[in-house]
Ligand binder design. Structure first.
Ligand SMILES: CC(C)(COP(=O)(O)OP(=O)(O)OC[C@H]1O[C@@H](n2cnc3c(N)ncnc32)[C@H](O)[C@@H]1OP(=O)(O)O)[C@@H](O)C(=O)NCCC(=O)NCCS
Length: 242
């Protein structure tokens, strides 16, 4: 990660991060719904800028920041990205050979890009404060609620937030395969202490099997989670126990 160089102007690179799932790049956002300047829009491909102009309020700066981050992450892999537009479900359409995903929160947009050999990619960025532990009932399965309840009280919120964020990353990585809404109770997540997490899918539509690799990364005041999902072909399936 870059050393702290003080406040970063809006739409500049805040930091770059190499992770086992891909290159992550963060771009600062202005925390204002004001339309993005033409000079900034000019850093995007023309069709991306045209799409950005159709977006209202905060969606415009978020989209622009996410695309600028995606572009820089592609460059880190030696690729100049063509225009990356959303498909009908909102998934960014990366060129062949690459996987990528975007997340934004108030003042930061993050994109991660990787080669697509290890499957699709999903990322999610969350601010740690303020704690909102009441979301647990909606996003956690019973076994996850039990696991969180067993944590020391001071660790419980982060246990909830990590599971929530990894599930949002799962949603983004899974969408290209299942093309439907996947509910929070369709996955169960157990974060480890080492930045990895075990994720088990309980897909209501019976899709799969999939291999899910989940990770989390600590950032100042935020967490970034990432998930890679690969569809298992028949020879990859675990042998049936006899
Ligand atoms: C779609 C969803 C995951 C987006 O998360 P969010 O916190 O609202 O927003 P984020 O800033 O993190 O992500 C937005 C980005 O996600 C991407 N995205 C949107 N829809 C997507 C989809 N269907 N598949 C993959 N990526 C998608 C886009 O890149 C979007 O940014 P952009 O429009 O500027 O390109 C969320 O709104 C949602 O519906 N969650 C509920 C479902 C869920 O998480 N289930 C858990 C399953 S285990």
């Amino acid at each position: 990660m870059a050393l702290d160089r003080g406040p970063v102007p809006p739409y500049d690179i805040a930091f770059q991060l190499g992770t086992p799932h891909g290159v992550a790049v963060a771009v600062t956002l202005p925390d204002s719904p004001d339309p993005v300047d033409d000079a900034i829009l000019g850093r995007l491909c023309a069709v991306e800028a045209k799409h950005a102009r159709t977006l209202q309020g905060y969606r415009q700066p978020q989209f622009v920041g996410g695309r600028l981050a995606l572009r820089r992450a592609g460059e880190q892999l030696g690729r100049t990205l063509p225009a990356v537009l959303p498909d009908s479900r909102g998934t960014p359409q990366l060129p062949k050979g690459l996987a990528g995903s975007i997340s934004h929160k108030r003042t930061l947009a993050v994109a991660m890009v990787a080669h697509d050999g290890d499957g699709t990619l999903g990322v999610d960025l969350e601010e740690v404060a303020p704690a909102r532990p009441t979301v647990a009932r909606s996003v956690l399965r019973p076994e996850e609620l039990e696991a969180v309840a067993e944590l020391p009280e001071a660790r419980q919120w982060i246990g909830i937030l990590l599971r929530f964020s990894i599930k949002e990353s799962i949603y983004k990585a899974l969408d290209p395969y299942v093309r439907r809404y996947v509910g929070f109770h369709e996955a169960s997540v157990t974060p480890g202490l080492d930045g990895t997490a075990v994720a088990v899918l309980h897909l209501a539509g019976g899709e799969g099997p999939f291999e899910v690799d989940a990770r989390y990364h600590w950032l100042p005041e935020r967490i970034l989670t990432s998930v890679r999902i690969r569809r298992l072909s028949a020879p990859d399936r675990a042998p049936i126990a006899r």
